[in-house]
Design a protein around this ligand. Structure first.
Ligand code: PAF
Length: 285
């Protein structure tokens, strides 16, 4: 596996692959990789000739006071996992490589101006999706992939990126991959590492709410507010949990819906202690 720290080295490797007629898949990550990320790499390996994974904690998607400084990092572990799953190149740039003005700041952002990034996570993280779109655009410009792979756990991020790709005419196929869970149901997340043993137990309330919601929909509940109410009550019964949001939205536009029909997305963000976790499920056609 090639370890590239400069944009030039990535471009050089990708140029050579494309000259051979090979397809390229991109898996954007912030590192501290787990089985969720591994499943994205597996999907990329299965459908592309070469796979690039970026490993970069992107400063512009964190607001002051969020966990940019403490975000967990372990590049050696990441390389071992990527190697094992057949990644061909890991891109591990410095902040200055990605933000040439220095200090992780930029004068140029990619930002979706409609309501989509202001909904759900955007209500408490107003600059988050602008940072995500900006860094993902940079990665698309560097790697020029045929396909890019993102997890459904970040359902709003996936929808925002699909919208950006459509609006900016990127000729890139966006592939959404299913949520990967721990054996007891907790969605895999790099932030799970922040939880102490008591909080780790309490965090199960998110996947329990997902299961409750899924079973209500499976049994024919068509009133989205009823499903949200039941999920909310279940979470509120856990003393360590504090709800940021539990909502039903259209899975494409992120606008609130009150009738359950595909592609309704039930999404939540919940603080367990000081750790903010997200989870969701989608109603498919
Ligand atoms: O999902 C993530 O890990 C990040 O938001 C992403 C897409 C790598 C952009 O920094």
């Amino acid at each position: 596996m090639i370890i590239a720290t400069t944009i030039e080295d990535v471009r050089c490797a990708v140029r050579a692959w494309k000259q051979e007629g090979l397809t390229v898949g991109l898996v954007p990550t912030m590192g501290y990789l787990h089985e969720g990320h591994a499943s994205l790499v597996d999907a990329a390996v299965a459908s592309c000739d070469r796979v690039v994974t970026s490993d970069f904690v992107n400063p512009t998607q964190f607001a002051p006071g969020e966990d940019l400084e403490s975000y967990p990092r372990d590049f050696d572990h990441d390389c071992a996992l990527l190697e094992e799953h057949g990644c061909d190149l890991v891109f591990y740039p410095s902040v200055d490589e990605m933000y040439p003005d220095g200090g992780g700041t930029t004068d140029t952002y990619v930002e979706i101006l409609n309501n989509m990034p202001k909904q759900l996570c955007g209500k408490t993280r107003p600059i988050h999706f602008r940072g995500v779109c900006t860094v993902v655009s940079k990665l698309f410009n560097i790697v020029t992939p045929d396909k890019a792979f993102f997890g459904q756990k970040d359902a709003q991020q996936l929808a925002v990126i699909r919208k950006m790709v459509r609006d900016l005419l990127y000729g890139i196929e966006i592939v959404g991959c299913p949520i990967v869970r721990e054996a007891d149901g907790l969605a895999k997340s790099s932030r799970n590492t922040y939880l102490n043993p008591e909080e780790r137990k309490a965090a199960l309330v998110l996947s329990q709410a997902v299961r409750l919601g899924e079973s209500m929909v499976a049994e024919g509940e068509a009133n989205a507010d009823e499903v949200v109410r039941a999920m909310t009550e279940l979470i509120q019964a856990e003393p360590l949990a504090r709800i940021d949001y539990v909502e039903a939205v259209d899975g494409v536009t992120m606008e609130n819906v009150s009738v359950v029909k595909a592609p309704t997305l039930f999404a939540m963000a919940v603080y367990i202690g000081t750790t903010r976790l997200i989870d969701n499920f989608s109603v498919e056609a």
